[in-house]
Ligand binder design. Structure first.
Ligand code: DON
Length: 593
């Protein structure tokens, strides 16, 4: 029996290791342009957050927020040098591959959501693809049983990486700087090293046993066999060399040169399927983002092969008529209707969505007012609907570690990037001396209909493995506009919980009138159809709400933390940019000028 929610368990362990005074806070004293004092979260049921108090940061010209402070500073420097949000986003992406190697990557893939100052909305899909030799049942043994760990910890879990081509495409089309300019800070951080903070080391500590298992990984991510400690310097000369190859030869080095060759060699030696043709054939694509209206705002989010935009918009359409602000944040009533809406939207997600190059995604019907009304009518006013009574509801089918960062520049261009190698450190293996971790994105496919993946998602045939197909994602880099003008850039890691975390950050601002700090500090909840439980952070509910939910038939799954929002909000009164580091990841930073 596979153990579901392993990434969530990892986050629980990670955060249970203790959160002391925030190093990011100390840095903030001297490096932040402006900050408000700590604000009391106007949030019922969150009397004592388990994480440190991070300051609200405001800026006039530009802002970067990411899960690692050195990467944030790289982006800020690029903006100050006159680079635009795309230049900064690519520079931050390469820097995170060095200083946040669990999640930042060149061995994975992701999505970039762009709102340009001239009003254009663009979406770049650089999601990994299944190797050409992949088959629907490759994660199962001869008896048809899904083999534990095959899709997460072996080379069979690796999809063809998209990050390097995605960044190259974004930079060429919409950037102003050269690849050499934006990769240079990452090369320096890899070659000269950087000082590890407690927040960095805590993430490494989740995977020490794996670093010990693979000598070429341990040679970098262990200090003579022992875990690195805060205050020590981590140098990554192998990764520096790989980045220099990319700087010199661009995508050719990665997709048709020494880097592809090294990955294919390691894959072959470890029973993987990757070939040079997989790398040569890899493509990225510009797509039309998913758009919907919510309370006078326009939500612009990720289209398939991400389920993020469709599931966020379907949920928002269902809840739109309900007066959540009047009912109260995480009151029994607003929770009930939010959770029932999510249950139904996730049932549709898990049943119908998949790579649009392979399956028809009925987005128009899923996001129609009629469908929302039908689903709303099925919600009972005073009790939970068991997930077993909720099906993907369009009739028979016809046809999750990650990181998010946000950038806004002084012209008003906004970029949100969510990219991933899936689990922390992907398959936890590095091909030869390439210095970067490879993704385990193949676990995002349906290994077998009805069998949960590592995020507990029970998915169907639309997302089965096929050669060259992109696995269905939950990554949801999202941009919110008001009257065509930027209001918010937001997104998060967290596997399937990304969708709820991202959506709650938006609802908290739009519906409950919270500022960005309050919206991010607020405890989070999540429901994904199966398991039939409400995931809830500590303090998500008051004891009386918790007991009311129990009476209505809800089961709670306590989780220590969900996600790591990197959001920038534009204050509609002053036009100032506002952000905050999500305290759940204390190594991160929001900074502006
Ligand atoms: O694309 C997805 O939905 C997953 N691969 C994301 C993985 C993730 O967020 C893990 N992070 N905690």
């Amino acid at each position: 029996m596979r153990k579901p929610i392993t990434t969530i368990t990892a986050l629980v362990i990670l955060l249970a290791l203790g959160v002391g005074a925030s190093a990011a806070q100390a840095r903030a004293q001297d490096s932040r342009a402006a900050q408000d004092g700590p604000l009391q979260a106007r949030v019922r049921g969150n009397p004592q957050p388990a994480w440190p108090d991070e300051p609200l940061v405001t800026a006039r010209h530009g802002m970067v927020v990411s899960a690692q402070h050195l990467a944030t500073q790289v982006g800020l420097d690029i903006l100050k040098q006159g680079g635009n949000a795309v230049d900064a986003a690519v520079a931050v992406g390469y820097a995170l591959a060095v200083v946040h190697p669990c999640c930042g990557n060149i061995g994975g893939g992701g999505f970039m959501n762009l709102h340009l100052a001239d009003g254009k909305n663009l979406f770049l899909d650089f999601r990994e693809k299944a190797p050409l030799a992949a088959t629907p049942d490759m994660m199962q043994n001869a008896a048809g049983k899904v083999v534990n760990g095959r899709s997460t910890r072996t080379y069979l879990g690796v999809g063809v990486p998209g990050t390097v081509m995605g960044f190259d495409e974004a930079l060429k089309k919409y950037g102003t700087m050269s690849l050499a300019q934006v990769v240079a800070p990452a090369i320096k951080l890899a070659r000269e090293g950087f000082v590890l903070e407690p927040g960095d080391v805590r993430i490494f500590n989740t995977s020490t046993a794996y670093f010990r298992k693979y000598p070429n990984v341990g040679a970098i991510f262990l200090d003579h066999g022992r875990p690195w400690k805060a205050g020590q310097i981590l140098r990554q000369p192998q990764l520096a060399r790989t980045l220099e190859l990319i700087e010199k030869d661009g995508t050719r080095a990665f997709y048709d040169g020494p880097i592809a060759a090294a990955v294919v060699k390691a894959s072959r030696a470890n029973h993987g399927l990757l070939t040079l043709k997989d790398f040569r054939d890899y493509t990225v694509q510009w797509q039309k983002p998913i758009e919907c209206d919510y309370r006078g705002y326009t939500i612009i989010s990720a289209p398939p092969p991400s389920s993020g935009g469709a599931t966020i918009c379907e949920t928002l359409q269902i809840i739109a008529p309900y007066p959540f602000a009047k009912w109260g944040f995480h009151s029994a009533k607003s929770t009930h209707y939010f959770v029932e809406a999510e249950r139904r939207a996730f049932a549709d997600r898990n049943t119908y969505l998949g790579d649009p190059a392979f399956v028809h995604n009925p987005i128009g019907r899923l996001l129609s007012a009629e469908h929302a009304a039908e689903l709303r009518a099925g919600i009972q006013p005073d009790r939970a609907t068991p997930s077993s009574q909720v099906k993907g509801s369009l009739g028979p089918y016809q046809a999750t570690d990650t990181t998010h960062y946000s950038v806004v520049d002084d012209k008003g261009d906004a970029v949100g990037v969510t990219y991933t190698i899936n689990s922390f450190f992907g398959i936890k293996q590095i091909a030869g001396d390439t210095g970067f971790f490879l993704n385990n994105e193949m676990d995002d496919f349906t290994s077998k209909p009805g069998v949960p993946n590592q995020f507990g998602l029970v998915q169907g045939k639309a997302n089965q493995i096929e050669p060259g197909k992109r696995p269905l994602s939950s990554m949801s880099p999202t941009i919110v506009l008001r009257d065509g003008k930027l209001a918010m850039v937001t997104g998060s890691p967290g596997g399937s919980t990304i969708i709820s975390t991202t959506m709650e950050s938006i609802i908290n601002v739009i519906e409950y009138g919270m500022n960005v700090k309050q919206a991010i500090d607020a405890p989070r909840i999540h429901m994904q159809w199966y398991p039939d439980e409400i995931f809830a952070e500590p303090g998500a509910f008051t004891p009386s709400v918790q007991s009311a939910l129990g009476t209505m038939g809800y089961k709670l799954r306590p989780v220590h933390s969900m996600g790591d929002i990197a959001a920038i909000v534009v204050d509609p009164r002053t036009g100032l940019l506002e952000s905050v580091n999500d305290p759940r990841y204390p190594a991160g930073e929001a900074a502006g000028y």
